[in-house]
Structures are given as structure tokens and as C-alpha cells.
Design a protein around this ligand. Structure first.
Ligand SMILES: Cc1cc2nc3c(=O)[nH]c(=O)nc-3n(C[C@H](O)[C@H](O)[C@H](O)COP(=O)(O)OP(=O)(O)OC[C@H]3O[C@@H](n4cnc5c(N)ncnc54)[C@H](O)[C@@H]3O)c2cc1C
Length: 485
């Protein structure tokens, strides 16, 4: 008879977050700050390598609001100020980014560690390294078996957050949002000095991208249809040769083809997808566990952080006995769907800009020309909105007839609640607040027989004059403020 060690007792928590990438770490942090008991489980010790190193400029305000700017500025990350682009035609364009619009190239090991440190500081318990296995839903909550270096443990939680990225530990069906895509990548210790800048280049069967990394190496990636790999009979052992041939055929990155990568060439799935059921009363999926974007926009990390913020208010509302659960579920589903649709339009338009190989299947499958701009979006020179507004001051104005106030789930403080929001075909989504001010009462004030000056005076009771004027300009620019017939 063998006597084994007694099994370790289960770990009980209120919320269990699986995966400590940007989505999981930030959501755990916010929930910790909101007073919840949170356990965060990550399979790898940090810092660990991860692709997704080029972040868009949209990440700056978010990092600022999280108090992370000093740490990020001190981490030695890069802010590329220009790039070489060969996309719409065969010409190479040097694109200089205006001040304040530069993105951020990070070492993901270090960046994700910074986010995880702030989660710990917010009172989150971190179990790492610990690999989570398929969670089991029980009547009284979730059970998650985990493997740690010290042995197996069982976690029990009331609420489960899946932030395991493309691993999607909760499973569930996803809908593809674009054609199947594979990415091949490696890093080079570039011998040529200065090393190439950030490059984006379209080719016959895909596109290439490269950028210097903070550790002094150069990252290059190739995106193509999986059939290209199969057609070329590429086995894992010859991935390097295939990537070399793609680089060799390029204008901007061909220098890398003759150099040996500092890391093994890796291949991964880069297909866009979307989980149509990312939230329920006892679980939520965040970041790439919920949806994956076409990497062309480099906005995966930025979107993962946004879903973490949206996910945290959703979970907080769902766990509050007085919270509006229906509104919370609708808010999270709608915000994801609108992100995915907006992104699909953007990428489709960018693929449509590429002309030299537009007949090739890679480009045909992805190009979605943007609709021709309507009269409202016409780039024809027009006086600035404020100048035009001045001419309306003593004329009777009203809200555009198609403008409606509809009860919409919004973030109000730390929770989701229903609030009246303005909807109109010219608006991509309902707008409840502008610059922190509720829009509904302002829109209501436009229902009477008022001149613009009278409406501004009425708004002035709750808004400083300058902000009232800014709201009027915002409405006017979108054709939402029109003259009374
Ligand atoms: C080829 C390619 C290039 C990309 N380039 C960019 C780019 O330039 N810029 C950009 O912004 N985005 C890019 N992305 C997207 C970006 O990488 C992701 O959007 C981002 O990492 C998603 O963050 P996340 O927190 O959802 O998931 P992840 O960052 O993947 O984090 C998930 C975490 O969960 C952990 N985990 C997984 N399974 C388990 C388990 N069973 N138990 C415990 N822990 C687990 C993992 O170890 C990991 O730390 C790219 C994606 C691809 C495919």
C-alpha cells in the first residue's frame, strides 16, 4: 500500500481570471480596485516572450489613465517616428508620423509584467506558474483544476474570466471575421547599421512587416494564405527557407533574407474571429479569448486593454445584487460587436487600396472597398463648423429628424446602466455622453422652436459656454443640427 500526500485543499475565490496577458491583468486589477476578491492564474513565469509588440497611439491615453506612463517611459521601449511603406502601388513612401501620433514598440515580456505588477498592487492574488485546465460549471460556481510546480490544485470561483488569448480555455463557437491567415516570424540581430526602420510592404500573396525591437533585434513577420504554405510543401523544418524567400522578394526587407535569424522561425494562426456569446451571468471572455483582429491594424493589445476595462464594469454590475444584469450583458455584447465590425470595415478598406496584385486571391478575399463618401462626408472645403455655427445663431434650429433618444446600456460610474442615448444613421453607435455631459437633455432642448442662441443659453445652465458651443459644433459637423423648415 502506498501512502500519498493528502490532496491540497481547494482555493476559494470570488472571481478567477485565467491568463495574465494585457486583458487578464488589467481586468483583474480593475476588479481588485472595485473591492472584489480576485485570483489571477498564469501558466508562464514572467517575463515571457509574446508577439504583438507594436502598439497603436490609442494606447497612450489608456496608459495615462492607468498611471502607467512613468513606468512605460522608463522601460526603454521605442516610439518609432517614421516608417517605410510600399502598399497601394510599387512606390516606397517614407511616412513621418506627426508629433503626438507615434505608437509604442514594447518588449511584451516587460510590458505584460508591468501590468501584472499593478494587478498585484491592487490586491489581486497571482498564481504563477500555474496551468489551468478545462473549467467545470457546477451549481454553486466554477471549478478549475490547475497544475503548479508543487502539484495539482482545485480552484473554486463564483465568476470566471477567460483571458487565455487564442487558447480560449472556455471554448465555445467562434465566427471567422476574415479569411484564414498564417503568420511566419522571427527576430534578427541586424548586422547592417543603421537597422531598417519600421516597414510595411504588400506582396503578391500577402504582406510583410518589420520593426526594431527594444532589445536591439529586428522583428519581421509575413502574413499569407495557408495555401501558400501547403503549395510550397513547407514543413516545419523548412519554415526558415519559406520566410527567407518571401523576404528575398521584397523591396524593403530583402536585406534580412541573407542574414540568419537570432530566433527560430515560428508560424502561427492569425485569422480574425469573434465569439458571438462572450458573456453570461457567471462568465466572460476578454481580449483574444473573445475576438481576434486582423494584425494589419496592430491594435490587438489596445483592444485587449479596452475589453478588460469594459469587462470589469460588466462583471462588477453582474455581481452586484442591485446591478442591471440585462444592461450589463447587452453592453458587453454590443461593444464587442461594434469593435469587430468597425475593424472589419477598416481592414477591408486598407486591403482594397492595394492595386498591383488586386487580382490575386489573397487580395481579392480581403479587399472591401469603403463606400464612396456621401455629401455629409465630402472633403470639399467648407468653413470651420464654428464659423458656420455663427451664421446659425439667430435662426431656428432643431435636431435632425432621424435623430432619436433611445434607452442604451452605458457605463455610469463603476457600473453599466440604461441611459437615453442619441442614435442617428450618421453615428456609428448611440452616444449618451459628450465630454462627460449627458447628451439627452441637450438634445431635448432642441425640440422646441428655438434659435441656436436660445438653445445655447438653455444649455448654459448646466454647461460652461465653451462646452455648449463644442456640443453644438459636434452635432452640426454630423448634420445632426439642422435649420427648422
Ligand atoms: C501574428 C500576430 C501579430 C500580432 N501583432 C500585433 C501587434 O503588432 N500589435 C498588437 O497590438 N497586437 C498584435 N497582435 C495581437 C496581440 O498579440 C493580441 O491581441 C494580444 O496579445 C491579446 O492579449 P490577451 O491578453 O487577450 O491575450 P495574450 O496576450 O495571448 O495573453 C494570454 C495569457 O494567457 C495565458 N494562458 C493561456 N492559456 C492558459 C492556461 N491554460 N492557464 C493559464 N494561463 C494561460 C498565456 O500564457 C498568456 O500569458 C498580433 C497577433 C498575431 C497573431
Amino acid at each position: 500500500m502506498s501512502v500519498g500526500a493528502a490532496p491540497a485543499s481547494p482555493i476559494d475565490t470570488e472571481i478567477c481570471v485565467l491568463g495574465a496577458g494585457p486583458a487578464g491583468a488589467l481586468c483583474a486589477r480593475r476588479l481588485g480596485e472595485l473591492g472584489h476578491r480576485v485570483l489571477l492564474v498564469e501558466r508562464h513565469p514572467f517575463p515571457r516572450p509574446h508577439i504583438g509588440e507594436a502598439l497603436t497611439p490609442a494606447v497612450w491615453p489608456l496608459l495615462d489613465s492607468l498611471g502607467l506612463l512613468p513606468a512605460v517611459r522608463g522601460a526603454g521601449f521605442l516610439t518609432p517616428t517614421w516608417s517605410s511603406v510600399r502598399w497601394a502601388d510599387e512606390q516606397v513612401r517614407r511616412v513621418r508620423l506627426p508629433a503626438g501620433t507615434c505608437g509604442l514598440t514594447v518588449c511584451r515580456g516587460r510590458f505584460d509584467q508591468l501590468l501584472l505588477d499593478t494587478a498585484r498592487a491592487a490586491g489581486v492574488t497571482v498564481l504563477q506558474p500555474a496551468r489551468a485546465h478545462r473549467p467545470d460549471r457546477r451549481a454553486e460556481g466554477w471549478e478549475v483544476p490547475v497544475t503548479t510546480p508543487d502539484g495539482a490544485r482545485l480552484l473554486r470561483a463564483r465568476f470566471l474570466v477567460d483571458a487565455t488569448g487564442r487558447s480560449r480555455i472556455l471554448g465555445g463557437r467562434v465566427t471567422r471575421t476574415g479569411p484564414r491567415t498564417v503568420a511566419l516570424y522571427a527576430a534578427w540581430q541586424v548586422e547592417t547599421r543603421p537597422s531598417p526602420p519600421t516597414c510595411l510592404e504588400a506582396g503578391p500573396h500577402g504582406w510583410l512587416w518589420g520593426t526594431p525591437l527594444p532589445n536591439g533585434t529586428y522583428r519581421a513577420m509575413a502574413f499569407t494564405d495557408p495555401e501558400q504554405l501547403h503549395r510550397s510543401g513547407v514543413r516545419r523544418s523548412s519554415l526558415a527557407g519559406f520566410l527567407r524567400s518571401l523576404l528575398g522578394g521584397s523591396e524593403l526587407l530583402r536585406g534580412l533574407a541573407g542574414e540568419r535569424p537570432a530566433s527560430a522561425v515560428a508560424v502561427c494562426d492569425a485569422t480574425g474571429y469573434h465569439d458571438l456569446d462572450p458573456v453570461a451571468e457567471d462568465r466572460i471572455s476578454l481580449g483574444e479569448a473573445a475576438f481576434a483582429l486582423d494584425p494589419l491594424s496592430s491594435s490587438g493589445v489596445d483592444k485587449a486593454l479596452q475589453t478588460a476595462m469594459a469587462g470589469a464594469v460588466t462583471v462588477h454590475t453582474l455581481l452586484d445584487p442591485g446591478g442591471d444584469r440585462k444592461a450589463a450583458l447587452a453592453y458587453y455584447r454590443d461593444s464587442q460587436l461594434s469593435s469587430v465590425e468597425q475593424h472589419a470595415r477598416w481592414t477591408g478598406g486598407h486591403y482594397a487600396e492595394h492595386l498591383p496584385h488586386r487580382g490575386n486571391s489573397f487580395w481579392r478575399r480581403r479587399a472591401r472597398p469603403l463606400p464612396a463618401p456621401g455629401p455629409a462626408a465630402s472633403p470639399a472645403p467648407s468653413p470651420s463648423p464654428r464659423t458656420s455655427l455663427a451664421a446659425l445663431m439667430h435662426r431656428r434650429v432643431r435636431l435632425a429628424p432621424a435623430g432619436r433618444l433611445t434607452s442604451t446600456p452605458c457605463v455610469v460610474g463603476d457600473q453599466v446602466a440604461l441611459r437615453p442615448a442619441l442614435t442617428h444613421p450618421a453615428l456609428p453607435r448611440p452616444v449618451a455622453y459628450l465630454g462627460g455631459h449627458a447628451l439627452a437633455p441637450l438634445a431635448e432642448a432642441l425640440r422646441g422652436e428655438h434659435t441656436l442662441a436660445e438653445a445655447l443659453r438653455a444649455w448654459g445652465r448646466t454647461l460652461p459656454a465653451e462646452q455648449a458651443l463644442a456640443v453644438a459644433a459636434w452635432l452640426y459637423e454630423r448634420d445632426l443640427l439642422v435649420l427648422q423648415p
